[in-house]
Design a protein around this ligand. Structure first.
Ligand code: FAD
Ligand code: NAI
Length: 475
């Protein structure tokens, strides 16, 4: 006899676990199925984000940043360190402990919100009068029926053709977060978000890092002025980024990898490295979901087809997060999870894609929301721009990090904020003010007239808003 639920969520990443909690808060009887296993074979809720994505990468970024600061910047403060050393095993152990805290936190949240958790792989079996039958395969096989099903099965790393991940020398994000000793030479294919974040971690720890990027422009989705500023900083740090390359044959052995590639001038090159991280995007994951059993529609890219409300082609079957269209970001998945739970309850859940912020956690950090200057130009929208450099911000000087700027783009007539772009210290935190402002459809003048604490980095945001009307006070 199958166990009956109002809502079954397949996948316990940021999309799935948040959808399950919100549905339970709304009074539904909810099950969540997730197959991720920790090293001991037990459940590890939180998906890619918690286990091999956002959380462990930020833990290593912090550790490596601390090492970099101690080695290169403490002396400016009169702090001398003798015998500075790094213990990669401790660093990885700390990262694993941070991951476990997050895994356990979600299990606790499920108990608190009375979400029933099943550890194993969930797959569609058939549609019945009572809803959809979902089989659970794993150490405790089970059969569930849900009136509504929310699919949140996430994504997997894309491999280079002919060079599958072995996680020893050719690494996806998974292996990249488990390298046991600093590789003397590290190669990365793809200078997107993972390439830059992982490249930064290992460069700070001492690797000689080369990044091979197919596109001729650096960070094409980022505002061009901000991307240029970031590139200058990365060049100065010694991160070697080759643009406009064509990657050819990849040969790997126990000791390392050799990559044949052609540079932008068409000259043949070879990169020989100890480890190669391939970060060329991710593919939606529907492996083993049993989509065919119920006729769930999947597009040519492998993503589940959904409308603006995350409805699939099947009644009462929803899909959210990385397995559907849109940016592959944890907070986008979470927002869709909340919106779907509310729609199931007959409410009007809403996700505003125009105000989904992006953050790249390099040093300097890069963060943005809304439109870039190049997007506004190509759309023919009349706009005003204002920028303010951190060099002129007192708090940034006190911190010892004056790289970068805040940039505002506002409508030429109404002054409504159309985009905010930041490269510099704490950009990840500063962007929240811009997101709030844009959600409330604020004008740049609104921000310019708000009292910001002194001394704070957020004063640079206010000054950039003032710069839209060419009336900065401190520059
Ligand atoms: P996932 O997190 O992938 O979760 C899907 C879950 O479903 C997994 O636990 C999987 O095991 C489970 N599953 C799949 N199929 C089944 C099945 N049939 N039955 C049961 N369980 C199943 N985003 C950010 O916003 N900020 C960041 O800083 C950031 N950093 C990242 C760093 C890296 C290295 C990577 C790889 C990604 C990063 N991301 C970041 C992206 C972020 O991790 C994803 O956008 C997010 O995890 C997507 O959430 P999701 O719930 O859709 O899927
Ligand atoms: P990405 O899409 O950010 O970047 C991939 C890069 O690889 C692109 O610049 C692309 O032009 C390049 N590329 C593709 N094929 C190539 C080839 N054959 N040779 C050379 N270059 C090639 O993808 P990435 O870095 O793998 O990350 C996947 C996703 O994970 C991100 O798009 C983002 O959604 C998410 N993520 C988010 C983070 C954050 O929010 N801070 C951190 C890490 C990942």
């Amino acid at each position: 006899m199958s166990k009956q639920f109002d809502v079954i969520v397949v996948g316990g990443g940021p999309g799935g676990y948040v959808a399950a909690i919100r549905a339970a808060q709304l009074g539904f009887n909810v099950a969540c199925i997730d197959e991720w296993k920790n090293a001991k074979g037990g459940p590890a809720l939180g998906g890619t984000c918690t286990n091999i994505g956002c959380i462990p990468s930020k833990a290593l970024l912090q550790s490596s940043e601390n090492y970099d600061q101690a080695g290169h910047h403490f002396a400016d403060h009169g702090i001398a360190i003798k015998g500075l050393a790094m213990d990669v095993a401790t660093m990885l152990g700390r990262k694993d402990a941070v991951v476990k805290q997050n895994n356990d936190g979600i299990l606790y949240l499920f108990k608190k919100n009375k979400v029933t958790f099943f550890h194993g792989r969930g797959s569609f079996v058939k549609a019945t009068d009572a809803g959809y039958e979902i089989g659970v395969a794993g150490s405790a096989p089970d059969s569930l029926v849900g009136k509504h099903v929310v699919v949140a099965t996430g994504s997997n790393a894309r491999a280079l053709p002919g060079a599958p991940f072995d996680e020893e020398v050719i690494l996806s994000n998974d292996g990249a977060l488990r390298v046991g000793a600093v590789p003397a030479k590290l190669g990365l294919i793809g200078s997107g978000v993972i390439g830059l974040e992982m490249g930064s971690v290992w460069r700070r720890l001492g690797s000689d890092v080369t990044v091979l990027e197919a596109l001729p422009t650096f960070l094409g989705a980022v505002d061009e002025q901000i991307a240029r500023e970031a590139k200058k900083a990365f060049d100065k740090q010694g991160l070697k980024i080759e643009l406009g390359v064509k990657v050819g044959e990849v040969k790997s052995g126990k000791k390392g990898v050799s990559v044949a590639w052609t540079n932008a001038k068409g000259e043949a090159q070879t990169l020989v490295v100890d480890k190669l991280i391939v970060s060329i995007g991710r593919v939606p994951n529907t492996v083993g979901l049993g989509a065919d059993a119920v006729g769930l529609k999947i597009d040519g890219r492998g993503a589940i087809v959904v409308d603006d409300d995350c409805k699939t082609n099947l009644p009462n079957v929803w899909a959210i997060g990385d397995v559907v269209r849109g940016p592959m970001l944890a907070h986008k998945a979470e927002e869709e999870g909340v919106a779907v739970a509310e729609r199931i309850a007959g409410q009007h859940g809403h996700v505003n894609f125009n105000t989904v912020p992006w953050v790249i956690y390099t040093s300097p950090e890069i963060a943005w929301v809304g439109q870039t200057e190049q997007q506004l130009k190509s759309a023919g929208r009349a706009y005003k721009a204002g920028t303010f450099p951190f060099m002129a911000n007192g708090r940034a000087r006190a911190l010892g990090d004056t790289t970068g700027m805040v940039k505002f783009l506002a409508d030429a007539t109404t002054d409504e904020i159309l985009g905010v772009h930041i490269v510099g210290p704490q950009a990840s935190e500063l962007i929240a003010e811009a997101v709030v402002a844009m959600e409330f459809r604020a004008s740049s003048e609104d921000i310019a007239r708000i009292c910001h604490a002194h001394p704070s980095l957020s004063e640079a945001t206010k000054e950039a808003a003032l710069a839209v009307e060419k009336r900065t006070l401190n520059f």
